[in-house]
Design a protein around this ligand. Structure first.
Ligand SMILES: Cc1ncc(COP(=O)(O)O)c(C=O)c1O
Ligand SMILES: NCC(=O)CCC(=O)O
Length: 426
């Protein structure tokens, strides 16, 4: 029964373009109506028709403890009662910055913003300001938010809707964006041969926006080397992988260190927060200390900071959190893989910490083009059938999935059982 969602969608489309406030919510590539959500309950979403779904989207990553975590909820309510925003510094900002800085040995200072998009946009300005260079190098299938210069062969919704770039972005702005294939060292080297004006490489070290595709160690090491040799900065976009791939994000699981790190999602625990961070030396270029301007009326918002702070402190206090999340992901993916094998379906799985993904194809894709060769019809059918059975995965093959603490072993067993049924029909 989706009657109320269908009506809500029709109503929404009258006043909101496509009925959604972010295109990825529209279910365009898998078909059907997006369930309109009434509430979350731990591991579950409840839609306006009363259907319950085990949630592997978790608001696209932020909710590592699941919905309505009591400690986060309490902190938010307590903070709300003191005022929603001051446009003046609060101690909460220092406290959250301290929690983040403590976890990464390559960063000393953090500036908070309101979204991952803003974090990356500001990080790039900083990189250009520090190096005095203009060009940025990004990879096909990586998504870094919707700012102009990054909407080139981006993953996530751009990939889902097949747009190589967006109308409304002047070519003059994207001419400074160089594009390379993910995990392709030769292309990377060529970029540096043809341009000495590269300010930074920006990469998702564990990509979650072309589906789940981690970068090879050697590839990341080459990114580092080329940046060092060419006076460019390396930006790890950890908006998704931060506090997800491990307690120290991608930095905890790859050997390469970046110069600037961007955050979002988990550090706001479901509130609108982003951040970018670097060494004191690099951050000294940022206004008001330095000349690179960056600002925000609501940046470091106390309610958002309070949510993030409680969440990060909880994350750190639970010593076995990531091991447990890892184990749950491993169990789920082993179950999916077996279900696929039993039905002779080519299927690939991979994960880091609580971030994971799966593809219907013969071998693990290494880049955006290879992801494009996977069986999208199968993915769409799998998605639809799992949704009918109460399992909510991201509605595009170009997205990752997330495990949260609230998902139980029993939930996973049920999900595997459903996958067995569904795989038999594909
Ligand atoms: C790696 C990455 N960078 C940047 C962003 C942009 O963040 P936001 O949607 O909060 O603007 C996202 C997700 O949206 C992301 O996954
Ligand atoms: N992987 C996609 C995202 O994380 C962003 C969601 C959105 O744009 O709404």
């Amino acid at each position: 029964m989706f009657d109320k969602s269908i009506t809500a969608y029709e109503e929404a489309k009258k006043v909101i373009p496509g009925g959604v406030d972010s295109p990825v919510r529209a279910f365009k590539s898998v078909g059907g109506t997006p369930p309109f959500i009434e509430k979350g309950e731990g591991a579950y979403l409840v839609d306006v028709d009363g259907n319950r779904y085990l949630d592997f989207v978790q608001s696209w990553g932020p909710l590592i403890f699941g919905h309505c975590d009591k400690d986060i909820e309490d902190a938010v309510i307590k903070t709300v009662k003191k005022g929603l925003s001051f446009g003046a510094p609060t101690i909460l900002e220092t406290e959250l910055a301290t929690e983040i800085v403590e976890m990464y040995d390559n960063i000393d200072k953090v500036r908070f913003v309101n979204s991952g998009t803003e974090a990356v946009m500001s990080a790039i300005r900083l990189a250009r300001g520090v190096t005095g260079k203009n060009k940025i190098l990004k990879f096909e299938g990586c998504y870094h938010g919707h700012s102009d210069s990054l909407l080139v062969q981006a993953g996530s919704g751009m990939a889902t809707f097949g747009s190589p770039s967006s109308p409304g972005v002047p070519a003059d702005l994207t001419k400074h964006t160089l594009l390379c294939e993910y995990n392709n060292i030769e292309e990377l080297k060529k970029c540096f041969e043809v341009s000495d004006d590269i300010a930074c490489i920006i990469i998702e070290p564990i990509a979650g926006n072309m589906g789940f595709v981690p970068a090879d160690e050697e590839f990341l090491a080459q990114c580092r080397k080329l940046c060092d040799e060419n006076n460019a900065l390396l930006i790890f976009d950890e908006v998704m992988s931060g506090f997800r791939a491990s307690l120290t994000g991608a930095h905890g699981v790859v050997n390469t260190k970046s110069d600037i790190v961007t955050f979002g999602k988990v550090i706001g625990a479901g509130m609108p927060v982003g951040a970018f961070a670097a060494s004191s030396e690099i951050m000294a270029h940022l206004s008001p200390d330095g000349a690179v301007y960056q600002a925000g009326t609501l940046s470091g918002n106390p309610v958002a900071m309070a949510a993030g702070l409680v969440s990060l402190r909880k994350i750190k206090a639970k010593k076995d959190l990531y091991e447990n999340l890892n184990n749950k992901v491993a169990k789920l993916l082993a179950g999916f893989k077996k279900a696929a094998e039993d039905n002779n379906i080519a299927f690939q799985v991979d994960s880091r910490g609580s971030m994971f993904g799966f593809f219907f194809c013969e071998k693990p894709p290494k880049n955006f083009k290879e992801v494009g060769t996977c069986n999208f019809d199968r993915f769409a059918k799998f998605h639809q059938e799992m949704l009918k059975r109460g399992f909510y995965f991201a509605c595009s093959q170009y997205e990752a999935a997330f495990m949260c603490e609230a998902i139980s072993d029993e939930d996973i067993d049920n999900c595997i059982k459903a996958a067995q049924e569904v795989m038999a029909t594909l």
